[in-house]
Design a protein around this ligand. Structure first.
Ligand code: ASP
Length: 418
């Protein structure tokens, strides 16, 4: 990852504080006995869902770029067009219904393909949420899907004590096409941002609302582009919308605290059989800036512990103060370094377990922690803590393997930690 801010300590300038607006129980009246949301009309029929509010909520839309607002050029390739999506949104009949939230759009300049975005862009998003935090009930970020899981994970760490819903969304097909997923993804995201009881950063895509820092882009062409491999969806959309109420995190009593710097000097290394340790050794020896290495190990955290070069490179990295964290190459489950003796060797060499974190959550969490903390030991320690619901801290094992977590309630409801 590229670093766009090399700061590694927290200054007053890096953090600012906003009082939380009390939106307790925003949707409580609208949940019927079966757990379905009948937002507004207190009805659970499909066509009446999502209409009618006692008072109009306000949602801020940050439009940063991505396929949703792209148009084909002369060669047929898609690129964002200034003003196009913003105008189309304003023309959508749905947006002007009295029972939809009021909204405001901030269109970024330039609009970007998300593959060109990084920490600097995420910081801007965090600042924009902060600047308008008191004036809006919820926030929607429209961006490209390619790096949405990274951006939204980063925001989840940067927005400490978030008591409102921030929903990231995008689409696989541009709004300008007759057949598209843009319109629905946008409308549903706005409704979740205005009304949901999830005080956290989410991704709304296709038929699900996810905890952002648990998501991975799993499909480059399907409309079902996102998944949350180790954590259940917060809500599922069908003819009715089912909110997973037991996943609602405790709304923090503390004011919003925005961490405005990231230090993303992090490299991800995926081991493959036959991997030559010289490349890691060279990286550790010659890089002057690297602060973190995310090692994608096999299975529950295994690798060639007989490869002395690899272990000595890891030890050298730790001696230089580089934090080395292991995550799994497997989509589901996670790392448990004490399962096999090989994993233990990595642990003994100083590798920290990333548990069931996604690569996206792990790298952005490192970037957040490096910006907040000067001490790499402290970064390594905090890395395995659950800060924003991004990691399952209690390993739930069936024999020796991770099971797909049905996470204990007290864990799910744990408040945010700094
Ligand atoms: N390349 C696009 C982007 O990430 C893909 C998308 O929007 O889905 O901006």
């Amino acid at each position: 990852m590229n670093s766009s801010n090399a700061s590694c300590s927290t200054t007053d300038d890096d953090i600012s504080v906003r009082q939380p607006l009390n939106v307790e129980g925003a949707w409580d009246d609208h949940i019927n006995e079966t757990g379905f949301i009948s937002s507004g009309l207190r009805s659970n029929t499909s066509h009446e869902s999502f209409s009618g509010y006692d008072h109009r909520k306000k949602v801020l839309i940050l439009y940063t770029g991505g396929t949703m607002g792209m148009k084909p050029g002369v060669d047929g390739s898609l690129s964002p067009e200034k003003g196009y999506l913003t105008e189309r949104i304003k023309e959508m009949p749905e947006m002007n219904l009295h029972n939809m939230p009021e909204y405001e759009i901030i269109e970024y300049t330039p609009l970007l393909d998300s593959s060109c975005m990084g920490p600097g862009d995420w910081m801007k998003m965090a600042r924009d949420v902060e600047a308008r935090y008191d004036s809006f009930d919820g926030f929607v970020v429209i961006m490209g899907t390619d790096t949405m899981a990274y951006a939204s994970s980063a925001l989840s760490f940067m927005l400490e004590n978030l008591s409102k819903t921030v929903v990231f969304t995008g689409s696989q097909i541009p709004f300008c096409e007759v057949y598209n997923d843009a319109r629905r993804n946008l409308i549903v995201s706005i409704l979740f941002a205005a009304n949901s009881d999830f005080p956290e950063v989410c991704i709304c895509f296709n038929d699900k609302l996810f905890r952002a820092n648990r998501t991975v882009k799993v499909n480059s062409i399907s409309l079902d582009a996102y998944d949350s491999p180790n954590f259940p969806p917060l809500a599922t959309l069908g003819a009715r919308i089912h909110e997973n109420r037991e996943l609602v995190r405790t709304r923090p009593n503390l004011p919003l605290r925005v961490h405005k710097s990231l230090d993303a000097n992090v490299v991800v290394i995926k081991l493959v059989p036959g991997f030559q340790s010289e490349s890691i050794q060279a990286l550790v020896t010659y890089s002057k800036t690297i602060k973190g290495i995310v090692l994608e190990l096999y299975g529950t955290g295994n690798g060639p512990s007989t490869n002395e070069g690899l272990l000595s490179a890891i030890r050298a990295a730790r001696e230089k103060g580089v934090v080395v964290v292991a995550i799994s190459q497997c989509m589901r489950g996670g790392v448990s370094l004490d399962t096999y003796s090989m994993g233990r060797e990595f642990q003994n060499a100083g590798v920290v377990s990333g548990g069931d974190m996604t690569c996206e959550a792990c790298t952005t969490k490192l970037a957040y922690l490096f910006a907040c903390l000067d001490d790499h030991h402290e970064v390594a320690r905090r890395l395995s803590e659950d800060l924003r619901g991004e990691v399952t801290t209690k390993q739930i094992k069936t024999n020796k393997y991770f099971s797909n977590p049905s996470v204990p309630k007290e864990l799910l409801k744990s408040p945010q930690r700094r």
